[in-house]
Ligand binder design. Structure first.
Ligand code: PEP
Ligand code: MN
Length: 347
């Protein structure tokens, strides 16, 4: 159960709620958001009597029953879809599928500007590009760091495309925030709780990738960290999980997309590039993701995939990306049909 306080609730009124909950043998977890305070009840079942007595306390706006461990990320807490504004476009709800595209890593000015122009011409709304790169081996290319951010800013200047780029460490949040429009938290950092807290304090959207071995619940609890700090512009990203299968780099969990849409209000993006690891599998899984209800896609594109400093094997050429976009547009047209709500069988 969560208690949503009125916007002008005083500390004494919040304390009054905590006291009443403690008297019932339960504990509270208080989330002080930018707009209002939310008091979550933890530690056991809440009786209907306690619920209605809390509803009558001064300063309380609403008492909501939330059965999930994540509260702010749950659809129970926020029945409407969250829509996030990125540049002049919107992602989430019934907005058109937002495609983010660009190279795995920013390499040179020529490379990033060329890709930015190509993906924009094909219909992408956001430019991706890693400047701080998480690499399995410390000997692999780890990105151009701040110089890479500056090149991304240059590409934004040339094309007008907003930028998404990864922030790897709490120490880099300030500089990445300065240059980017969306802060990406990578799969390997999904449970870096200090980083989640830090991006939660920023005033730019955060895209949170699913961890390599994270359950959907763990992923949504990670999103809860960001939301709990007052940043409500969180976008989830399914990028494949580790399974026994080795033919593909990861197993893109397509079912996670409708699951997340059911249990949460946050927009969900699919990353078929990391999800498959093979460029020729990317268009099919992009189309499947859109059919499954993804609000957006993030796709790796490189002018010369063979020479890419990272993830060339899963990168599309600009020409193939344009073909993917045609396919995505075609699927988007019929996708509305899959959103008709089903009715559960009566028990
Ligand atoms: C990336 O987007 O380049 C990346 C490193 O992704 P992930 O965190 O999903 O591996
Ligand atoms: Mn990559």
């Amino acid at each position: 159960m969560i208690i949503v306080m009125k916007q002008d609730a005083t500390q004494a009124e919040i304390d009054g709620v905590t006291k009443r909950v403690k008297e019932a043998g339960l504990r509270t977890s208080i989330v002080t958001g930018a707009e209002r305070t939310i008091v979550g009840i933890i530690g056991g079942a809440v009786s209907p009597d306690l619920g209605s007595s809390l509803e009558r306390l001064s300063g309380v706006m609403q008492v909501l029953r939330v059965s999930r461990p994540y509260k702010l990320a749950s659809r129970e807490f926020h029945p409407e879809d969250t829509v996030v504004k990125i540049g002049d476009s919107f992602i989430g709800g019934d907005n058109p599928v937002m495609v983010m595209a660009g190279p795995c890593s920013v390499e040179t000015e020529k490379q990033i500007v060329e890709v930015a122009k190509a993906v924009k011409a094909a219909g992408a709304k956001v430019l991706r590009g890693g400047a701080f790169k998480p690499r399995t081996s410390p000997y692999s290319f780890r990105g151009l760091k701040v110089d890479g951010l500056k090149l991304l800013a240059k590409a934004r200047e040339e094309t007008g495309l907003p930028i998404i780029t990864e922030v790897l460490d709490t120490r880099d949040v300030e500089v990445v925030h300065k240059y980017s429009d969306i802060l990406q938290v990578g799969a390997r950092n999904m449970q870096n709780f200090n980083l989640l807290d830090e991006v939660g304090k920023q005033n730019k959207p955060v895209m949170l990738k699913r961890g390599l071995s994270a359950t959907i619940e763990e992923w949504l609890l990670a999103a809860e960290y960001v939301l709990a700090q007052g940043n409500h512009n969180v976008i989830l990203c399914e990028r494949g999980i580790r399974t026994f299968e080795t033919y593909t780099r990861n197993t893109l969990d397509l079912s996670a997309i409708p699951v997340v849409r059911k249990v949460s209000h946050l927009p969900v993006v699919s990353d078929p590039s990391h999800g498959t690891g093979k460029w020729y599998l990317v268009p099919a899984m992009a189309a499947a993701s859109v059919a499954a209800g993804a609000h957006g896609l993030i796709i790796e594109v490189h002018p010369n995939p063979d020479q890419a400093k990272s993830d060339g094997a899963q990168s599309l050429t600009p020409e193939n990306f344009a073909l993917l976009m045609e396919q995505v547009r075609a699927i988007s047209k019929v996708q509305g049909l899959s959103r008709r709500p089903l009715t559960a069988a009566k028990a």
